[in-house]
Design a protein around this ligand. Structure first.
Ligand code: HSE
Length: 382
């Protein structure tokens, strides 16, 4: 199957190279930016790519929503299978793309959009055919896991850790989506669409690691805890899901604590299967390209879709999910919390809250930050 590639960056170039050796697949043209067409296989217009004789599938690795969405629609309407590693695109337009692909009788797969090389969505989409999914989530962003691990295990500063993650090709072109938790949120939204047929577009919350400092590392290590950025999702009554991303403080025995560098840990719990855990590289050229190649192989074998035909957009209900939080903030701002325990030193307070909803915690932090408070908060598991 001759496959065109859109984008020739870290992932696109990896896909192109892997296509030369993959059984049943063949290198097609590659879409590059104007001025970058320094070889005959590189084209600068989507029309030139789609009109090349014999192209049956298009693999997109450009990132961003536009022009990726227009190109995806053009490819599908031209009767090409469409495979992508672009979570922003699928989180924003997955339902539309899936419907268009079904109408044209071509495939639409995106397992590389969540978890890099980790075969999470792929297995989840198979599991939902025979089991009910109780919950799903995990460490879904390689950049922030790399940074958190470097800060806590190797005592790197936040800035040094981010620079390294960028150099290694893990971070997005604009890393703010990584560090804010938005990238992981987009991925859990895709998991929800696959697991529950609901792609939530509102009521979502993401807290990233931007407020986690070297001093916080020392404070949580003094408590014997480790910080990881974790996404969580489950169905709740009323045809909704909860879906959010936030830092979580874990005891050393938690599986997430042994997930180092750019690795991801993705899990789901099936009603019959019980817990399933997948660990692997969640970012980088070869892991992500390998997931795209796996999707292309699925197309060859006739497995065309990950989203059910009745998958719909919906809202998240993060009021439904409650737990205690660790909060570090200026002593003068602690009055808004119901606390289980409290300590203060040099004007900096650390408190453990009584159980409160995810929605209340995220909204309270937004309000207090608007009033000038510097806050770090993290879920306390168990
Ligand atoms: N920037 C993303 C990450 C790339 O760090 O996980 C893979 O989706």
């Amino acid at each position: 199957m001759k496959t065109a590639v859109l984008g020739f960056g870290t992932v696109g170039a990896g896909i192109y190279e892997m296509l030369s050796q993959a059984k049943g697949l063949e290198q097609g043209p590659v879409l590059v930016r104007p001025g970058k067409d320094d070889a005959p296989f590189k084209k600068t217009s989507i029309e030139a790519v789609l009109s090349e004789p014999g192209v049956e599938a298009v693999a997109e690795a450009m990132g961003g929503i536009e022009p990726a969405f227009s190109y995806a629609m053009a490819a599908i309407k031209a009767g090409k299978h469409f495979v992508t590693s672009n979570k922003a695109l699928v989180a924003a337009h997955g339902i539309e793309l899936s419907a268009a692909a079904r109408e044209m009788g071509v495939g639409f797969l995106f397992s590389a959009a969540c978890g890099g090389g980790v075969p999470f969505l792929h297995n989840l989409s198979i599991a939902v055919e025979s089991d009910d999914i109780v919950s799903l989530g995990g460490i879904l962003n390689g950049t922030t896991n790399y940074m958190l691990d470097a800060m806590q295990r190797r005592a790197l500063s936040y800035g040094e850790a981010l620079k390294d993650a960028q150099k290694l090709g893990y971070a997005e072109a604009d890393p703010s989506a990584d560090v804010s938790g938005l990238d992981a949120l987009r991925k859990i939204v895709l998991g929800s669409a696959v697991a529950y047929g609901i792609l939530p577009t509102e009521g979502l919350y993401n807290e990233g690691i931007e407020h986690f400092t070297d001093e916080d590392v020392k404070r949580i290590q003094a408590r014997g805890l480790t910080c990881r950025l974790v996404a969580k999702c489950a169905a709740v009554p009323g045809g909704k899901v909860y879906a959010y991303v936030e830092p979580v403080l874990l005891k050393a025995s938690a599986a997430e604590c042994s997930v180092l560098d750019n690795y991801n840990l993705a899990r789901y719990e099936g009603k019959c299967s019980g817990p399933m855990v997948f660990i692997g590289q969640g970012a980088g050229r070869w892991p992500t390209a390998s997931a795209v190649l796996r999707d292309l192989d699925c197309l060859l074998k006739g497995r065309l879709y990950m989203l059910a035909s009745d998958c719909r957009e919906g809202s998240a209900d993060n009021e439904a999910c409650r737990h205690s939080y660790y909060v570090r903030l200026p002593g003068s701002f602690t009055g808004c919390f119901e606390v289980k325990s409290y300590s203060e030193s040099d004007g900096v307070a650390e408190l453990i809250t009584k159980p409160m909803s995810v929605k209340s915690m995220h909204e309270l932090a937004t309000r207090l930050r608007a009033e000038g408070a510097d806050i770090f908060f993290a879920e306390l598991e168990g």
